[in-house]
Each structure stands twice: as structure tokens, then as C-alpha cells.
Design a binder for this molecule. Structure first.
Ligand SMILES: [Zn+2]
Ligand SMILES: [Zn+2]
Length: 318
């Protein structure tokens, strides 16, 4: 039976239609790109040793062997440092020096360096008075929008608050006004009590398959504490790296080498009460694409059963 659900963080309307996963098209294996085997590619501008092909370096973490992760200017920025309307800075963060490094095979230490780099660039970008929001995201494989194969993330500062964040913050503020409790606190409490959609519950982070999402198969990681992204500590980063390492191992087991997007949603500068909003991450598989129904109605059809998926991805941390 079909069921109408609302994604509580943004009010998206989702029709959960489990029977649709039995459609013949879903049996067709997702056309994935070949997994890369080489650690170094002579022609790749993001490989260690090819620094001269890349743009200006803004930050790096290194050890005796050389840089491990680094952030460089984006050659083709979406925003414009000279514009008043869409002012911003756009950098590319090279996740790891390894050409064949992916979230599916990165070690906990590699994730730690990457998240430290996210934090450093985020903090730096937020300093500008013209900036209202800083967006961190990642496209993995061409189907998700990536143009270069070497694994990388992107960070963009914006002089406006993007509509998706505006909507999430407004939903959270309205919830607090109406209920006198915080939306994210209530989601965390409810999901931990219900258990079945929880992939991992730890000290600082709750990882779930959301009750409703317009993106079939989405995984959401919610910060339990009411901190801003720039306040993330080394302890948080350690736990988060463990979560990513284990989660992506399980995603690989369940879905294989699939394209995905990572979107990190943080506080905008305009949100007055920071406690209304918890930083969270959307991990979105790009197996499915929207059809005419979604594009024409702004309603979404999900063929994922959240409880089943959570059960497959579930893990404990040691
Ligand atoms: Zn490379
Ligand atoms: Zn969000």
C-alpha cells in the first residue's frame, strides 16, 4: 500500500511506494564507472606530484611523505568574487592524494584529515562579512555531477542564504514556535526510541535512514549537539571519521561502487536562535533520477523501505 509521508526537516511530500522497487527497471544494474586501481595518474591535476597543473593552494595537511589533503582555488567557480549579486569564493578540496582513494576505501585517518580541512576552510570562509552561508558538498562519479575522477569535495561561500537552507531553517523555527521544543531534538529522540531506522547511534552523531526523503535511499547523519560546524572538535572528528569509514563500507556491500552526493547543511548567519537547527549531512545515492511526475508536481516517489535499508546498513562502533 502506498503511504504519504512528510520529510520533517523541509516539508517535502514523499509517496512511499515499496512495490515500485519490484519494477523490472530496478533489476537493471546501475551503470557504474570502472573502479580506479592506480594511486597516481600522470595527467591528473589533483594527484600528488602534479601540483603545477592545479590552481593556487589555500590549505594543506601533510606528513613526511608529502601533502595528504589540500584545498585549491576552483578553476571554474560557480560564484564570483567581483560580483555584488552572487559574491563568493569557491575552492576544491582534494580528499586524499591517492588517485584511487574513495569514500568506499578511505581510512579513518584519511577522513580525519579531510574533515579537519572542511573545518579550516569553513571557518575561514565564514569570516567574510559579505558571506551569509558556506556550502560544503561532494559529487562522486560523473552521474553525481563530478567532472574529474580524482576524489574531491567543494566548498563555496555565498552572499545569500540558498533556498534549501532557508526552507529548513524556517521549518525548524516554526516548529519551535508551535511546540516549544526543538525539531531536531524531537527527531533524535523519536528515532532512537523507534530504533528501526537507526544505522548507528553514538555519542555525538546519529545516523539514520530518514522516515521520508525525496531521495530514495538517502542516509542522514545528524549532529546531536547544538554546535555550529566551525565548533566541531577533534573528538567529534574522530567519531565522525569512524562513522564514515564504517557507513561507506556497508554502502559498498549493499549498493556497490555507486555515485553519490554529500551535502552538509550548516547554520546560516541569519538564523537568530542557533539552537533551533542542528548541523546534519545528507548522503544521497544517485542511482535513481526524477521522472516527469516529480518534475511536474514537486512531489516525490520513494521506492526505498527505510527500515529495511537501515537494517542492512546498521553497524556498531568499537
Ligand atoms: Zn589524481
Ligand atoms: Zn538538510
Amino acid at each position: 500500500m502506498q503511504e504519504l509521508r512528510i520529510d520533517e526537516v523541509n516539508n517535502d511530500l514523499v509517496i512511499v511506494a515499496n512495490n515500485r522497487s519490484k519494477r523490472p527497471m530496478d533489476k537493471i544494474k546501475n551503470q557504474t564507472e570502472e573502479e580506479i586501481q592506480v594511486e597516481y595518474d600522470l595527467n591528473c591535476p589533483f594527484c600528488r606530484g602534479n601540483e603545477s597543473y592545479a590552481t593556487i593552494e589555500r590549505y594543506k595537511i601533510e606528513d613526511n611523505s608529502g601533502w595528504l589533503t589540500r584545498s585549491v582555488d576552483n578553476k571554474f567557480p560557480i560564484v564570483d568574487e567581483l560580483s555584488d549579486e552572487i559574491y563568493g569564493v569557491h575552492e576544491v578540496i582534494i580528499d586524499t592524494y591517492r588517485h584511487n582513494g574513495t569514500f568506499y576505501n578511505m581510512s579513518e585517518l584519511e577522513f580525519q584529515d579531510l574533515f579537519k580541512t572542511y573545518k579550516n576552510r569553513y571557518k575561514e570562509f565564514m569570516k567574510s562579512e559579505s558571506v551569509q552561508y558556506v556550502n560544503i558538498f561532494k559529487n562522486f562519479l560523473r552521474k553525481s555531477g563530478a567532472s574529474l575522477t580524482h576524489p574531491h569535495s567543494q566548498i563555496i561561500s555565498l552572499s545569500l542564504v540558498p533556498p534549501e537552507i532557508n526552507k529548513e531553517e524556517e521549518v525548524a523555527s516554526k516548529y519551535f514556535k508551535e511546540n516549544k521544543t526543538y525539531l531536531y531534538d524531537d527527531i533524535i529522540k523519536k528515532e532512537i526510541e523507534y530504533k528501526k531506522r537507526v544505522i548507528n547511534d553514538n555519542r555525538y552523531f546519529l545516523t539514520i535512514v530518514p522516515y521520508a526523503s525525496k531521495y530514495s535511499g538517502e542516509v542522514r547523519i545528524i549532529f546531536k549537539e547544538k554546535i555550529k560546524f566551525e565548533q566541531i572538535s577533534d573528538d567529534h572528528i574522530k567519531e565522525l571519521s569512524k562513522v564514515f569509514n564504517r557507513l561507506f563500507k556497508n554502502l559498498y556491500k549493499v549498493n556497490g561502487y555507486d555515485p553519490f552526493n554529500l551535502c552538509i547543511h550548516t547554520h546560516s548567519k541569519k538564523l537568530e536562535n542557533k539552537d533551533e537547527f542542528n548541523v546534519h549531512m545528507h548522503i544521497i545515492p544517485r542511482k535513481y533520477s526524477f521522472g516527469g511526475f516529480e518534475l511536474g508536481t514537486g512531489m516525490y516517489v520513494s521506492s526505498t523501505n527505510p527500515e529495511e535499508l537501515a537494517n542492512k546498513l546498521n553497524f556498531e562502533l568499537d
